[in-house]
Design a protein around this ligand. Structure first.
Ligand code: 1CP
Length: 333
C-alpha cells in the first residue's frame, strides 16, 4: 500500500506523505523550457508525451509521494466545445457558453477531444518513478467550473454582478457538468489514476444560502461516484468558512485545507484525514522560517492522519531549492 493510501484508507498517523499542488509548473526551469516552445497551453495539456514528461519532472527532483497529472480543470469546458485560451499575465479566457449545444453532446465526442489526457495518465502511472506512489487525477468541482464557464474569465479579475440571478439556468448547466465530470473521472481512473482530487477553488465566493445547492449537492454526487469506483477522493473547497459541515455533508476520504484555515481548530473539528494548509508564500522566505512553519503543521497533525501539502498551489517565483528543503524536512520529520 502506498503512503498516501495508508493515510487515506487506514488513517495511519505514523507517516506524513507529501505532494504539492501545482508541483509540475512554472517554478521549475525544465517546465519553463518546454512551455517556451509550446505557447498554446491547452495543446500542451493534450500532448500526452509532453504532459507525462512534465508530470514526472518534480518526481525526478524531489522525494514526493504522488504524481498529479499535468492538465487543467478547464480541459472540461474545452471538451464541451467551449473555446479556452490562456492569455499571458491575465489567465483563462473562454468563449460564450451554449447550453443547448453542450446538452446535446455525447460521451464519445467528449472523450475523443480529451483522449490525450487519459493517455498521459497511462504513461505516468506505468512509469517506474511512481512505483509505490499515487497517481492523482483531478477535476474542478461543478461550481468552480460553472464560474469559469459563465464568467468566461477568472472571477479574481471580475465577477458579473448578475451572476446568481437565473437559478434554473445554473441548475441546468450543473446537471450537464455532473454528467461529463463523471465521464472524465471514470476515464482517468480506468487509465491509472488511483486518487482523485476535486478542486473547488471558488467555493469561497458563495454566500451561505447558495452553498447547499451549488457546492454540497453536486460535489456530494461526484464523491459518491468516485467512492463507488473504489478510489479515494480528496476535496479542496478553497475559501469556505465551514469546513466541518462540508466534511459532514460530503464525506470525502480526505479534506485539503487552504492557508486561511486555523490548523489547531480544524484538527479538533474534523475526524477525517487532512491535507495541506501551509501558505505557499512561506516558500518565498528563508529556510529557517520555512522549517518553523512546516514543523508547526507537522506538530499539530502529529496524531491525525495527515498528508503534507500547501494551502494553495506553489507560486511560480518559488526557488526549487526551497521546495527540496521542504520535501526533505517533511520526510525526515
Ligand atoms: O505556464 C502557464 O502559464 C500555465 C500555468 C498553469 C499550469 C501549470 C495553468 C493555467 N494550469 C496549470 C496546471 C494545473 N492546473 C494543474 C497541474 C497539476 C499540478 O498541480 O502540478 C492543476 C491541478 C490545475 C488546476 C487548476 N487550474 C485550478 C484548481 C487549483 C487552483 O489553483 O485553485 C484552477 C482554478 C485552474 C485554472 C487555471 N489554469 C491556469 C491558471 C493560471 C488558472 C487560474 C486562473 C485564475 O486565477 O482564475
Amino acid at each position: 500500500m502506498t503512503p498516501i493510501d495508508k493515510v487515506l484508507k487506514k488513517k495511519d498517523t505514523t507517516i506524513n506523505p507529501i505532494w504539492i499542488m501545482r508541483q509540475a509548473g512554472r517554478y521549475l526551469p525544465e517546465f519553463r523550457e518546454i512551455r517556451k516552445i509550446n505557447p498554446d497551453f491547452i495543446k500542451l495539456c493534450l500532448n500526452e508525451k509532453l504532459a507525462s514528461e512534465i508530470t514526472l519532472q518534480p518526481l525526478k527532483r524531489f522525494k514526493l509521494d504522488a504524481a498529479i497529472i499535468f492538465s487543467d480543470i478547464l480541459i472540461l469546458p474545452y471538451g464541451l466545445n467551449q473555446e479556452v485560451k490562456f492569455k499571458k499575465d491575465f489567465g483563462p479566457l473562454l468563449s460564450d457558453l451554449n447550453l443547448d449545444e453542450i446538452s446535446k453532446l455525447n460521451e464519445n465526442d467528449f472523450v475523443k477531444k480529451v483522449l490525450p489526457v487519459y493517455k498521459a495518465i497511462n504513461l505516468v502511472s506505468s512509469n517506474k518513478l511512481v512505483e509505490n506512489k499515487n497517481t492523482i487525477g483531478f477535476v474542478g468541482a461543478p461550481w468552480t467550473l460553472l464560474v469559469y464557464m459563465l464568467n468566461k474569465q477568472s472571477p479574481k479579475k471580475k465577477l458579473k454582478n448578475n451572476f446568481f440571478v437565473d437559478n434554473v439556468y445554473i441548475n441546468k448547466i450543473l446537471y450537464v457538468l455532473e454528467k461529463f465530470l463523471k465521464i472524465h473521472i471514470k476515464n482517468q481512473i480506468k487509465n491509472g489514476a488511483n486518487t482523485i482530487q476535486i478542486f473547488d477553488s471558488w467555493a469561497g465566493l458563495l454566500e451561505n444560502k447558495y452553498i447547499a445547492n451549488y457546492v454540497y449537492e453536486p460535489t456530494f454526487n461526484l464523491v459518491e461516484f468516485v467512492k463507488n469506483l473504489k478510489v479515494p477522493v480528496i476535496c479542496f473547497p478553497r475559501g469556505i468558512k465551514d469546513y466541518k459541515t462540508y466534511c459532514k455533508t460530503i464525506k470525502p476520504d480526505g479534506i485539503c485545507i487552504d492557508y486561511e484555515v486555523d490548523p489547531l481548530l480544524i484538527r479538533k473539528e474534523i475526524q477525517i484525514p487532512i491535507q495541506g494548509g501551509m501558505d505557499p508564500k512561506v516558500l518565498l522566505t528563508d529556510k529557517e522560517t520555512l522549517k518553523k512553519e512546516a514543523t508547526k503543521y507537522l506538530d499539530i497533525f502529529k496524531d491525525h492522519p495527515y498528508i503534507f501539502n500547501l494551502g494553495h498551489g506553489v507560486l511560480p517565483q518559488t526557488d526549487p531549492i526551497m521546495m527540496e528543503y521542504l520535501v526533505n524536512l517533511v520526510k525526515d520529520y
